[in-house]
Design a protein around this ligand. Structure first.
Ligand SMILES: [Zn+2]
Length: 253
């Protein structure tokens, strides 16, 4: 891992470092997470939870990015912002089967590492005393494990929604696959809202959160419905498959 605050494409509002050969841009807006948490809990605990959250986000995006790179994707890069991250790349010649795996890889790595940590902390012998380490680990587990599972819901723009598009695109035209996935997203969001109200009847936060995420996916334009002349202008690398950003992440796009 190589750290540096300046680089060719860096802006003053970001810190850029590389993991392997993948550039990671960390926008300073992530510090707002500390401010939001600090309104609820102690500042020191808020910093711990945020550190765990950021580690989980970078790990999740690395799951997408490293597999994309292995499959031959170009210009793989990660951006981490206030509410999560996104991995973008040009999927040059990558099949929908492989794209499905790339979309699944983010949560997979988070669940594989976060799941045992949660189990050990909650039920096992790994009892971490209250303090900084516990805050970091709990922030990490919440973001890597629980968000990781939620992210697999078949709901655009979550990873699960992209996984559904790519799975369907193995059989039908990607444009139709995206339309079907949007319809499934509405059903999945409805189910998630019913579940949220059943488990947390006193809080509407989760319901509002789910509705906002689902609205982003349902009302976004179908990326496969791009006029031929515009795709030519964008260059040969993207013309075969305009959905080049897989929407990695937590705030998801
Ligand atoms: Zn993701």
């Amino acid at each position: 891992m190589l750290f540096g605050s300046t680089g060719k494409n860096s802006r003053a509002s970001s810190m850029i470092f590389t993991v392997g050969s993948i550039p990671v841009t960390m926008h300073w807006s992530v510090l707002l997470v500390v401010a939001i948490l600090a309104a609820q809990i102690e500042l020191r605990a808020a910093i711990g939870w945020t550190a765990g959250f950021l580690a989980a986000v970078v790990l999740h995006e690395l799951g997408h990015a490293l597999l994309a790179k292995r499959f031959g994707a170009r210009e793989v890069r990660i951006t981490v912002m206030m509410f999560g991250g996104v991995t973008t790349f040009i999927p040059y010649g990558i099949t929908h089967g492989k794209r499905f795996l790339i979309s699944a890889a983010g949560s997979a790595i988070g669940i594989v590492i976060g799941g045992p940590l949660y189990w050990a902390d909650r039920f096992g012998s790994l009892s971490i005393p209250p303090g900084d380490l516990q805050n970091v680990i709990r922030g990490f587990v919440l973001s890597a494990f629980f968000w990781g599972i939620f992210n697999w819901l078949p709901m655009l723009p979550l990873d699960g929604g992209h996984m559904l598009v790519h799975a369907l695109a193995l059989k039908i035209h990607p444009r139709s696959a995206h339309t079907v996935a949007r319809a499934v997203s509405v059903l999945a969001a409805t189910g998630a809202v019913i579940a949220a109200q059943a488990y947390f009847p006193d809080s509407s936060f989760l319901t509002i959160f789910i509705v906002i995420i689902a609205a982003q996916g349902v009302f976004a334009p179908n990326p496969y419905r791009i006029p031929p002349d515009r795709s030519r202008v964008e260059g040969p690398a993207q013309s075969e498959d305009p959905l080049f950003g897989i929407g990695g992440d937590m705030s998801d796009r």
